[in-house]
Design a protein around this ligand. Structure first.
Ligand code: ADP
Ligand code: MG
Length: 230
């Protein structure tokens, strides 16, 4: 579904991504792990067209989308859930879900969103500011599904959330996958990553330095957490 070849990106003189190549197959959940500053967010922003890569190609469903605007990438079915979740504080949950225009090819109905996220139905009149961090994360995920994304680019969805809420996010990601969506997930909670994802890439100084399956991540959990500084 997504194929990245030799992607490099810079901020001025500083190189943030170095020839990153990887792919995500349809229906897969693939994670990116790496220390702070490794380039994870820059990779997602480059895939979305929010940061202009200097070289390399991004193919989505076989088409080279490297030169397309973020808007056009959304129309093709890429959806971005930023690390700050991007919830509109003054709007209600339902307005957060319904105001962003449907862009992608596979929009979820409001009813389907509420069936998958019953908590959002209960809170539908609440303003964004009244939601907990976990609720905001669910709203951000739900919104990207409602606008029609087929490939979700999620930046640290479990950061700062309690274990119970992390488990709920895991359930939702599994449901999203079962519904046919594909996810590229930035995740520092490697144990969680190994329970929801199919494959993992370790990014260091803008490079993919290792690729691991779930068994390898679980076997190396302690070492990885130490390396990540968690
Ligand atoms: N807007 C920016 N301007 C300049 N440098 C940036 C900017 N955003 C990120 N960087 C730098 O790029 C590198 C990668 O950052 P980032 O992609 O945010 O890493 P991660 O998400 O893995 O923590 C870091 O060295 C960071 O300081
Ligand atoms: Mg980041």
């Amino acid at each position: 579904m997504l194929r990245i070849d030799g992607l490099s990106a810079w901020y001025g003189e500083a190189q943030a991504l170095r020839e990153v190549s990887m792919h995500v197959g349809k229906g897969e959940i693939v994670t990116l792990v790496g220390r702070n500053g490794a380039g994870k967010t820059t990779l997602l922003r480059s895939l979305m067209g929010l940061h202009q890569a200097a070289s390399g190609t991004v193919r989505f469903l076989g088409d080279d989308i490297s030169a397309l605007s973020p808007h056009k990438r959304s129309r093709r079915g890429l959806g971005y859930v930023p690390d700050d979740r991007g919830v509109f504080a003054t709007l209600s949950v339902e307005e957060n879900l319904t105001l962003p225009p449907v862009m992608g090819p596979d929009p979820w109905s409001l009813e389907r969103v509420y069936e998958t996220f019953p908590m959002l139905r209960e809170r539908r009149r609440f303003p964004g500011t009244k939601l907990s961090g976990g609720e905001q994360q669910m709203l951000a995920l739900a919104r990207v599904l409602r606008t029609g994304a087929r490939l979700l680019l999620c930046d640290e969805p479990t950061e700062g959330l309690s274990p119970l809420i992390v488990a709920q996010i895991g359930e939702i990601l599994r449901e999203v996958k079962a519904a046919g969506a594909t996810v590229l997930l930035i995740e520092q909670n490697v144990h969680f990553a190994a329970t929801v994802a199919d494959r993992h890439h370790l990014l260091a100084e803008g490079r993919i330095v290792e690729s691991m399956d779930n068994d390898e991540v679980l076997a190396r959990e302690h070492e990885l957490l130490q390396y990540l500084g968690i």
